[in-house]
Design a protein around this ligand. Structure first.
Ligand code: COA
Ligand code: NAP
Length: 277
């Protein structure tokens, strides 16, 4: 089995004086990415809908790292909320170098149980949310010659069943990564993505990991948030200064496993999962 990525690969001051805004940074993978960034010298603002959750996470991260983490409530679907979060970031820390677009919503929904509003909701959170946060932040990131990281997924590579909403949103996000890489590169801004595989202990896994088998991952284990942390630190750092427009898959090779079948027990007998996951 492959070892989990460790926390000691990069020097602990590589983000000294740098500022990150992370949507979805109050929980799961993006909380871990934010904490790793602060542990390496940076300051961060975390943004999502639930202020109480954000404030608790920010306090815990400050205690764990001794660094600065600030919570700002906002819904990525609302451009004015993203404008406000960016303004708050720049007022607090004087600049905005990096943006991680991590806010997302997902659930398993066979086509017959996917309402018009269900599909639209996920497109609005994942895709429009990524655009809204980036549109609000982009001039500051250009001014600081920073970088943007879009959190994606491998769902659409294989047409994963019950995931048309999230898969198509992530496909479009990967397109944005490329469009922005080309358009913002001349301004000194790099834009990349990470497509995590199944990451242990996350909301995504608890919602989507029905029937997950470790054997489906070629390296023989589930992902750990540390695996995504290390990829993030690298892609945001100057060590990746010639990497632009790439979505890095961090999944232990799972999506390429020819024997991997998502939701094998459900493919022929789709059930309404609403309220059950
Ligand atoms: N199956 C099918 N449809 C579902 C569903 C499910 N499991 N869960 C929600 N929906 C539908 C709702 O019924 C509604 O459609 P309707 O109006 O036609 O009934 C639509 O999706 C929007 O739901 P609502 O709860 O009003 O949206 P919201 O904006 O409050 O919440 C969600 C967004 C649904 C994505 C919610 O699960 C969420 O907030 N998720 C964030 C955390 C998360 O998903 N983490 C995992 C990231 S991988
Ligand atoms: P998570 O903990 O549920 O994180 C999602 C975050 O998005 C939450 O903190 C949520 O906070 C926020 N959010 C949701 N809707 C929002 C909105 N409208 N506006 C602002 N914020 C919103 O899930 P996770 O599993 O760690 O996933 C994190 C990212 O990794 C997502 O982009 C996901 O698609 C991706 N991913 C995860 C996995 C996995 O195995 N977990 C695999 C592949 C990809 P609020 O509720 O406070 O708004």
């Amino acid at each position: 089995m492959a070892a989990v990525a460790t926390n000691q690969i990069f020097k602990n001051d590589i983000f000294n004086g740098k500022v990150l805004m992370c949507t979805g940074g109050g929980s799961g993978i993006c909380r871990a990415l934010t904490e790793a960034f602060v542990r390496h010298g940076g300051k961060a603002v975390i943004v999502s809908r639930t202020l109480s959750k954000l404030e608790k996470a920010a306090e815990e991260m400050r205690t764990a790292t001794g660094g600065e983490v600030v919570a700002v409530a906002g819904d990525v679907r609302k451009p004015e909320d993203m404008e406000n979060a960016v303004k708050a970031t720049v007022e607090k820390f004087g600049a905005l170098n990096y943006l991680i677009n991590g806010a997302a919503g997902n659930f398993l929904a066979p086509f017959q149980f996917m309402s018009y509003n269900a599909f639209r909701t996920v497109i609005e959170i994942d895709l429009l949310g990524t655009f809204n946060a980036t549109k609000a932040a982009v001039e500051h990131i250009k001014a600081s010659k920073g970088a943007i990281l879009n959190i994606s997924a491998t769902l659409y590579y294989t047409g994963t069943p019950y995931q048309q909403h999230a898969g198509s949103a992530k496909a479009a996000i990967d397109a944005l990564t490329k469009h922005w890489a080309v358009e913002l590169g001349p301004h000194g801004v790099r834009v990349n993505g990470i497509a995590p595989g199944p990451i242990a202990g996350t909301e995504g896994m608890s919602r989507l990991g029905v029937g997950f088998e470790t054997e489906s991952v070629p390296v023989g284990r589930m992902g750990d948030v540390k695996d995504i942390e290390q990829a993030t630190l690298f892609l945001l750092s100057d060590g990746a200064s010639y990497i632009n427009g790439v979505t890095l898959v961090v999944d232990g090779g799972q999506w390429m496993n020819p024997n991997y079948v998502a939701y094998p027990d459900m493919v022929l007998t789709p059930v309404d999962l609403k309220g059950k996951l």
